[in-house]
Design a protein around this ligand. Sequence first.
Ligand SMILES: C[S@@+](CC[C@H](N)C(=O)[O-])C[C@H]1O[C@@H](n2cnc3c(N)ncnc32)[C@H](O)[C@@H]1O
Length: 170
Amino acid sequence: MQGSGTCRDVCNDLDIPCLSWDIHQGFDACNPAEFSATDAFDFIWSHPPYWRQKLYADDPRDLSRSPTLEHFLRRYGQFLRNCARALKPGGKLAVLMGDYSDREEGFVPLVYHTKRLAFAAGLRQCCTDIVRFSHGASGSKKTYRTSFIPGLHDTCVVFERPAASERSRP
Ligand SMILES: C[S@@+](CC[C@H](N)C(=O)[O-])C[C@H]1O[C@@H](n2cnc3c(N)ncnc32)[C@H](O)[C@@H]1O
């Protein structure tokens, strides 16, 4: 889910070996057959779509094209399981995610769902939430006609794949 490739560019600057893909090149990160690496990565950075807040590729496999929330969460959960499997024991997965709302679905706590699905994939959160404020976003300047709290931040959650000896720890 590299988008324009910011993470890859930073890795190149820091001389860190990096593999980076996107649905725009035909790579579906939610497909376990395509994302089949095991015990391979020290660190995975990901910035998935906030469901349909913004549409990305003209491809039904793009998470932002998920027709229902249930469909989005099913595929997002598979993505997180793919990442968990691809990490080395002790490896980290950082996910940048924001909550979402629209008239049809109401408020959708996507950061909560990220944690729920990552924990179910056997990962554990290994540091406090990192909050990215977006005070410059257009939503911070609008006046709303109804009572409504605009989402002006997103959250980076860092998970860890426990080492084999720690897996049974709650
Ligand atoms: C929030 S954007 C990432 C933006 C990125 N951080 C940047 O610097 O441009 C989400 C990305 O996920 C990609 N994406 C959506 N569904 C995907 C899938 N199933 N497999 C791989 N990439 C996917 C989209 O094409 C989009 O580029």
